[in-house]
Design a protein around this ligand. Structure first.
Ligand SMILES: [Ca+2]
Ligand SMILES: [Ca+2]
Length: 522
């Protein structure tokens, strides 16, 4: 790589872990945890592993709509890619007395039901990757949150087991950020923050809050607005669009057709799941419920699969950088004023907590993307997820095989290498405008020995200071290429994405690397 005197290449180790990894020797993805692959030496490897997985707590109003259960099956199949610390049953929009009640009680037993399914396939998935949580651990992190709805159930003496679990996670001597996602209401987190504020100094509270990365799926009660109003320093994403993009957002808007060969309809999506998840893929997949409304198949909602997919590609996405985008969607670069709940009835209840701010999606967060399969251009608020969706579905298909097949009869992701960096980290570099950026995927491997193909592209909408104009890399399918940074990119940032795709007859899989280029002008 040609480096001029004023070009500084540095590696952004996610979450400020200051250990530089070196790519020594050939990578083997099949026999080692993929978060440790670039480090040699057992002790170092253990530290690196501990530090690089993201922490994650899920809150879900599981039981009211099968989509929460659908996403739980999906989540368990990725549970070796993050440190899951809580599965909390919570209330939400559908617990309100009006307009209708569909569920009256919390149902933590559903978490146990699906973990029992996971236990059946646990021996076989270990043949494919390491790092899986034991069923015993997963059972131990199930809890019930606040049993009542919204802020009425937040206050002194009201701390539920679920809220205690969150409090204990915050108190833990672990400075990694923690994603707290709610696919239901937020009042269990609100109670945890109320408890922390009441019992700790301002200084300590500040430290606890700095670890939080909250993702609010749709605003299913008013306590999200309360949290943002009361604790403005909390990192908070309020999503009302992209969170529905796994299969939807709706029966009449299904996005690109990624579930071929089945028909372009919610029923077609269910047929794909029947073939690739529910049948011949082990006991966990067999539990995957259908999603029907009045006997009609509803699109696969996934109940908030998209929000946690930010965790599974640490070389592509960073949970602390919502504007960078990835499988988990792309959100505003700055916090926006008062992004409302997706439910008008909740929006009314949020009024006492104005003003507040949160990262958001919607009309102002658009990606433009041409589907390589049919050339159709997508350019709306769902495209930040849709552009990745084929890879997301394919990746699940491959993982479901891991429940029943030996290593040799399943596919596994390649390992992308960008300019010598093979480990799961985003590469950060500084270049001056006019400089030549060399891009080299040499050393990329595949644990199945599959042939690899390469794709380099610039995600021009990504980042805090995006360039925001299409910029094409020449020879963008070569293993090695380069491009010259135009003069008008000075002081902006460029996000280069490397996709390494395997040629595997079961299903093609993609591995990613992102290089964030800060463009200087001196
Ligand atoms: Ca839900
Ligand atoms: Ca492969």
């Amino acid at each position: 790589m040609k480096i001029t005197s004023y070009t500084i290449i540095c590696i952004l180790i996610l979450f400020n872990v200051c250990s530089c990894s070196r790519n020594k020797g050939k990578l083997k993805k099949d026999s080692i945890d993929f978060n440790t692959e670039a480090i040699e030496g057992e002790n170092v490897s253990r530290i690196y592993k501990k530090k690089t997985k993201n922490r994650f707590i899920l809150m879900s109003d599981i039981g009211h709509d099968p989509d929460d259960e659908q996403q739980l099956v999906h989540l368990l199949m990725y549970s070796n890619t993050f440190d899951l610390e809580g599965l909390i049953a919570v209330t939400g929009r559908y617990f309100r007395p009006t307009p209708k009640d569909t569920v009256k009680v919390l149902m933590p037993e559903l978490f146990h039901y699906y973990i029992d399914g996971y236990e059946k396939v646990y021996p076989n998935i270990q043949l494919h990757e390491k790092g899986w949580k034991t069923p015993k651990h997963l059972h131990s992190i199930v809890a019930s949150g606040q049993s009542g709805n919204g802020m009425k159930d937040v206050g002194l003496g009201k701390t539920s087991d679920g809220a205690k679990l969150i409090v204990n996670a915050m108190l833990k001597d672990d400075d990694r950020p923690i994603l707290v996602l709610s696919n239901g209401g937020m009042n269990t987190l609100a109670q945890a923050l109320f408890h922390l504020k009441a019992n700790h100094s301002k200084e300590k509270l500040k430290t606890f809050l700095s670890k939080l990365r909250v993702y609010d799926n749709s605003g299913q009660d008013e306590s999200g607005a309360w949290i943002c109003h009361e604790f403005p320093e909390v990192f908070y994403i309020r999503a009302t669009h992209q969170n529905k993009s796994f299969g939807g957002p709706s029966n009449s808007n299904l996005g690109p057709h990624v579930w071929q060969p089945y028909e372009y309809s919610p029923f077609g999506q269910h047929q794909w799941f029947k073939e690739n998840v529910q049948t011949n893929h082990g006991e966990l997949g067999a539990l995957y419920p259908n999603r029907k409304v009045s006997d009609t198949y509803h699109f696969i909602g996934g109940g908030g699969t998209i929000p946690w997919l930010v965790l599974v590609n640490p070389a592509l996405s960073n949970i602390s950088e919502p504007s960078w985008g990835g499988w988990g969607g792309r959100y505003s670069a700055k916090e926006l004023p008062n992004p409302p709940s997706g439910f008008s009835i909740v929006e009314l209840d949020e009024q006492p907590y104005l003003p507040y701010k949160a990262y958001a999606d919607g009309d102002s967060i658009l990606d433009t993307w041409a589907n390589p399969e049919d050339g159709k251009i997508y350019a709306d608020e769902y495209t930040p997820v849709w552009r990745w969706r084929k890879a997301i579905w394919n990746d699940l298909k491959a993982r479901m095989d891991w429940c029943v097949q030996p290593f040799s009869k399943a596919n596994h992701r390649p390992v992308a290498v960008l300019n010598g960096v093979s480990s799961n980290q985003i590469v950060k570099a500084k270049y001056n405008y006019h400089e030549e950026v060399v891009l080299d995927a040499t050393g990329s491997t595949d644990p199945d020995g599959d042939n690899l193909s390469y794709k380099w592209w610039i995600y021009h909408e990504a980042g805090k200071k995006p360039y925001n104009l299409p910029l094409k890399i020449q020879n963008d399918t070569s293993i090695k290429t380069s491009f010259k940074i135009p003069i008008d990119v000075a002081t902006k940032e460029l996000h280069v994405i490397l996709e390494v795709r395997d040629d595997n007859s079961i299903v093609p899989l993609v591995d990613y690397k992102r290089m964030v280029i800060i463009v200087t002008n001196y």
